[in-house]
Design a protein around this ligand. Structure first.
Ligand code: C2O
Ligand code: CU
Length: 706
């Protein structure tokens, strides 16, 4: 983050100095006396020198980033932008500036013909222009189009851009040079020069605009999503450096339809991946997707899209139950599905329209059935146009109680925090409560808060008045969680869950969303006898760190000596660009958005490692369907306590190494759970090489899984 800001400041100031130096250099041939030539040369040298110094500082920043954050953070800049700026700068430093220096003479006589020829030579102004242009492109790229894993073409592209834009200035410089050679007097009149400049400027702008417009047209068209496509991204697959998969073995990429029926290859259909559901259901639920006006505690009204007309209805089952949930769509026109977030159900039950099922349109239904074989705090939500549907309320909670709990709790609260669009503007709320709540709990009682962040942004929480423990992360229990002081704040990325437990003391305990200073944020005051007048919070002194908490998870991917079958990289970036024909500020994975991000292909049983690197300007909660990831390293260093997560928040400047065993065959989404980011393409897929899906995505089928 710091490097990004420093890079922006440095490249912008480089641009400024190279720009001034360019103007000075272009004026050299107009000098009437040796003295004015000398002054102008000095000015060019000083401003150029300052620009060189700034460039050196920028290079140092990038090298610093390389050393501090690692190769993946700096690679794109080093391969793409540094050569672009370095080439003209080196040429200037080694050739042009020394040549100019040698021309400095004092005296009032007009400069010699030889001196004029030297300064009028097109290489002089053009190398300054090129340096200035390279700085502009670097500044722009740093903010808007970070180069990530650049191909040789992308590296060459920026050089071609500079060459194209310099075409007109080159013609003008050459014309001027020829005049000087012929011994003609250059027009020094202010008006004439200004006119000349204006013509050159306008023509250059025309070239630049033409390049821009053609890029926009190409970008808009290339970004349009097809009306219908399957999820098998044959053109772009990433096998993570592992052994060849069935997918890569395909010879005919465009006619893969035939492989669906080719049972000799042992491929299976997503729809067949239901797991064993022959046993009768132990519990049955019905969820009716419907529009409903809901009034929050403050009186603010939401035009909500709900399940069963409620905010976050709860499905509570016992570990081991066979669960059946019938989704009925009453009046959600775009259709709905249910995705069991973090619950590693068999693929056919994962609820991704166009990949694991067809979207459920109004009047239709779909029945999900799965064995509840993970206990813990989970949630579910529609995966059809999730950026709209989840925000509007199509979600609920899935609480799987242990068969037997070593620890019992007297009071359990599910704390689901969401941001609603109401008739009074945006409101944060816990359930229906966009205001403070009071709850009486007897001293000595054991309390469990199941906290679920369903909002698109990460959320900070405070619990004060007693020490507490974080008993589970993303539904998975922490072994031996140590007590945390009540001045420890904790944070959940979008989609993440913590179970927080404490024993009620004989005085109040205060829970709230957000900063201690925002006293009006929703929160819960737990009191024993008489409710206190108002909650009282103090500033936190620490932030909970899951990488050093409880006992480390030890599983099939934590062994230090483990050799992974496949290793993937996901560099998270940002870029101005187009998605489905519209201009957007895009959040990218490896420099691309869906559907151009390669599909990760694995074989069942593979041990898979993924490295997340966040080069972008904001946080991304990365969510993999169907698997929990074990976090192994943070910022290049082994974490003290590897932990399991299904939604890992990666902050700007951070990197994580996570791993999982490919033990749940299917086609799975892997995406940012800031659903606005996913809606403009921050999505990719994880695919088992023997799995095929015959569902289609796009407007034709109405399956819109983002
Ligand atoms: Cu909670 Cu793919 O999402
Ligand atoms: Cu994101």
């Amino acid at each position: 983050m710091f490097e990004t800001i420093a890079s922006i400041i440095l490249t912008v100031s480089m641009t400024l100095f190279w720009g001034i130096a360019s103007i000075a250099a272009a004026g050299l041939p107009y000098s009437k006396s040796n003295q004015s030539l000398k002054n102008r040369i000095n000015f060019s040298i000083w401003t150029g020198g300052a620009a060189l110094l700034l460039s050196a500082m920028w290079y140092a920043t990038i090298i610093g980033q390389l050393v501090m954050s690692g190769c993946l953070f700096a690679e794109g800049t080093i391969k793409t932008l540094i050569p672009l700026t370095l080439v003209p700068q080196l040429y200037l430093a080694v050739t042009i500036l020394p040549r100019l220096k040698s021309l400095r003479e004092s005296g009032g006589e007009p400069p010699t013909q030889a001196a004029l020829r030297t300064v009028a030579h097109p290489s002089v102004p053009l190398s300054f222009y090129a340096a200035a242009l390279a700085s502009v492109i670097s500044a722009f790229s740093t903010v808007f189009a970070q180069p990530i894993l650049p191909s040789p073409f992308e590296i060459a592209q920026r050089f071609m851009l500079v060459a194209l834009i310099l075409l007109v200035p080159a013609i003008f410089a050459r014309r001027r040079y020829l005049k000087v050679i012929r011994g003609e007097q250059l027009q020094c009149g202010f008006v004439v020069r200004l006119l000349n400049l204006a013509v050159a400027g306008i023509l250059t702008a025309v070239v630049a605009i033409a390049i821009l417009v053609s890029n926009v047209l190409v970008g808009v068209n290339a970004s349009k999503l097809p009306e219908a496509s399957d999820m098998m991204n044959h053109e772009r697959i990433d096998e993570g450096g592992g052994s060849a998969t069935q997918i890569s073995g395909y010879s005919d990429h465009h006619n893969h339809q035939q492989h669906y029926v080719n049972n000799q290859t042992g491929t299976v259909e997503v729809a067949a991946l239901t797991g064993n559901i022959s046993d009768p259901a132990d519990v049955k639920f019905e969820l009716v997707a419907q529009r409903k006006k809901i009034t929050l505690a403050s009186g603010a009204v939401i035009d909500a899209w709900t399940f069963n007309g409620e905010i976050a209805p709860e499905l509570r089952v016992k570990h081991g139950d066979m669960v059946e949930v019938k989704l009925i769509n009453k009046d959600i026109d775009s259709g709905a599905t249910i995705h069991w977030h973090g619950y590693n159900v068999p693929n056919a039950m994962d609820g991704v329209p166009g990949m694991t099922q067809n979207v459920v349109k109004p009047g239709q239904s779909f029945t999900y059935k799965f064995r509840a074989d993970q206990e813990g705090t989970y949630w579910f939500h529609s995966h059809q146009q999730a950026a709209e549907q989840v925000v509007k309320g199509l979600f609920g909670t899935l609480i799987v109680e242990p068969k037997q709990d070593a620890e019992t709790f007297d009071e359990q609260f599910t704390v689901i925090n969401h941001r609603w669009m109401t008739d009074q503007g945006y409101k944060h709320a816990i359930g229906k409560h966009d205001v403070l709540q009071w709850k009486q709990v007897k001293p000595g009682k054991r309390v469990k808060l199941r906290i679920i962040n369903t909002h698109n942004q990460s959320q900070k929480y405070l619990l004060q008045g007693t020490e507490f423990r974080i008993a589970s992360i993303d539904g998975i229990r922490i072994q031996d969680p140590q007590p945390l002081s009540d001045q420890t704040a904790y944070r959940l990325g979008s989609g993440g869950r913590y179970d927080v437990v404490f024993t009620m003391p004989d005085h109040p305990v205060f829970f709230k969303l957000g900063d201690y200073k925002n006293v009006s944020n929703p929160g819960i005051t737990f009191y024993t006898e008489t409710p206190p007048e108002k909650p009282i919070f103090k500033a936190e002194s620490a932030l909970f760190d899951p990488s050093d908490y409880g006992k480390p998870v030890a599983n099939d991917v934590t062994a230090a000596t483990l050799k992974f079958d496949r290793e993937f990289q996901m560099i998270l970036g940002n870029e101005m660009g187009f998605y489905n024909g519209k201009f957007h500020f895009l959040w990218t994975i490896n420099g691309e958005v869906y559907p151009r991000v390669p599909t990760l292909v694995v074989k069942e049983g593979d041990k898979v490692k993924t490295t997340f690197v966040n080069k972008s300007l904001t946080e991304h909660p990365m969510h993999l369907h169907g698997h929990h990831m074990t976090v192994l390293k943070k910022n290049g260093v082994k974490v003290k306590t590897p932990w399991l997560t299904d939604t890992l928040s990666v902050l700007p400047g951070e990197s994580y190494e996570v791993a999982f065993i490919a033990n749940n065959p299917g086609m799975w989404m892997d995406h940012c759970h800031n659903l606005d980011h996913a809606a403009t393409g921050m999505i990719l897929h994880l695919m088992y090489d023997n799995v095929r899906s015959s569902y289609e995505v796009g407007t034709r089928s109405g399956n819109l899984p983002d």
